[in-house]
Design a protein around this ligand. Sequence first.
Ligand code: 9MR
Length: 547
Amino acid sequence: MAVHRIDFSALRSAGTYHLAVGNVRSRAFAVSPTLYDRLRYDSLNYFYQSRAGAPIEARWAGGAGWARPAGHRPEIARCVAGPDGHGNIWPGCAYSLDVTGGWYDAGDQGKYVVNGGIALWTLLDLYERSRALGRPTPYADGKAALPERGNGVDDLLDEARWELEFLLKMQVPEGTRLRVPVGEKRNAAGLKFEEIDASGMAHHKVGDARWTPLPTPPHLDREPRLLFPPSTGATLNLAAAAAQGARIWRGIDPAFAARCLAAAERAWAAAARNPEVYAIADFTGSGGYGDQDLGDEFFWAAAELYVTTARAEYRAALGSSSWFRFSPAPELGWNRVASLGTISLALVPNALAAEEKRRLRGSLVAAADAFLGDIGRNGFGVPYAPQRGWPWGSTSSILNRSLILALAHDFTGEARYRDGAIAGMDFILGRNPLDRSFVSGYGARPMQNPHHRFWTHQLDPTLPPPPPGVLSGGPNSTAMADGVAAGLKGRCAPQACWVDDARAYSLNEVAINWNAPLVWVSAWLAEREERRRAGPPPASGPSESRS
Ligand code: 9MR
């Protein structure tokens, strides 16, 4: 494919344009100082519309089409028990937990602590970034469409708390002894179970006993809800997210903050006591989110706990983690969380020595440099060039790179990082070989048929299409797991392995950990636009690099 780059960045007047060469005319496009303003609100509203345990109201959801009764309310779940796919008999547990609330993970209605943790962190980090840089937060109270607006608390925090409250409910009650496989990284016949003190660990997930078909609106899901055994990974996610929450709510709701910190410290202690309980229970009805390497999770949890408490124990854990000195900072993903810790340590005020913070910022900037290097490795100028094909959820990998590029711009003021962050977003919104936008409601040819159990208009015309601001997982050339993707296998270039089809769950699903960096990056871009519109700061004002 021959790709031409047309540079019309000299164009400064807002308006709607098209390009014409001979009698070939491009589609119309906007040059506007407010390109991302609406996207930051719509992408955040995805989380409201994904709430479990709450009715979704037309007035907050953008219209009656998206309203629905509460799903899974109440959600009282018992522990999965009996034979798994390999014939191992899981013992279950003696209690059930009320785990009502939180966000549904994705097109399915499972709720997974691991993925909840990174999605929540990403939203909270956006808030913490504004605070650390002394900027207005992007969703001050009353700005977003959600039921808690007007309660005196930042709307981003209101949305985040919906998930954080749920994560706290996933913690194993004190005094609980459970039989689980210890040190087993993969499921196989003949797993050996050992009794552990599971107090303070987090159940890995809660989900349906069987996969439900598309569509299944949440309130019509009749499957039993099952709690899965605790895992060390989920426990560390809870520790990290609750520690981050503890410092944020300290001045807003001290009782809640104290509850978060207590949960985080209990989770940390539980993970230290049980460092090798992997998520391997092989049952149907929900996704895996298994992770065989938890060194990065330990680092991330220690980092969040250290930022919040400055305690020597967490500082020591940082010092003994190889991730603390790792540079360039690694890529982000639900099973790659080291850079979450690096970002918090580098960005949020904490007790670390100034030179350590500088070093950590340097490792993020070095990562951004590597991402910029990838721009020249593909025709569409995206700062992303995976060596072994495009992974499941590639759009989120790109946006997580944009997030790090944006931070590199915050840290250095250098324009190339800003341009790199924008190049990532450009790919997402349509500058790509498919000429498609991976965000519903945005761009000339947006995604319309996500893999989702309620926004399933494609399969049932009485159900709604996705609301605007929902991100598709995007091109995936490495794990073409569903039937539609299987039919494409070997017939698409990696960047082009995608179709807008509800059945294509490995290409076109939506997920909280994917929409979260869309929120972060669009809010960052919208903030830049706002600052440009406001003009340069007065000469007497604080000096800082502007872009
Ligand atoms: O995002 C996950 C991706 O990295 C994995 O390769 C894939 C297969 O295990 O699972 C993805 O996560 C899915 C989860 O398991 C269940 N809910 C939907 C998620 C997005 O497809």
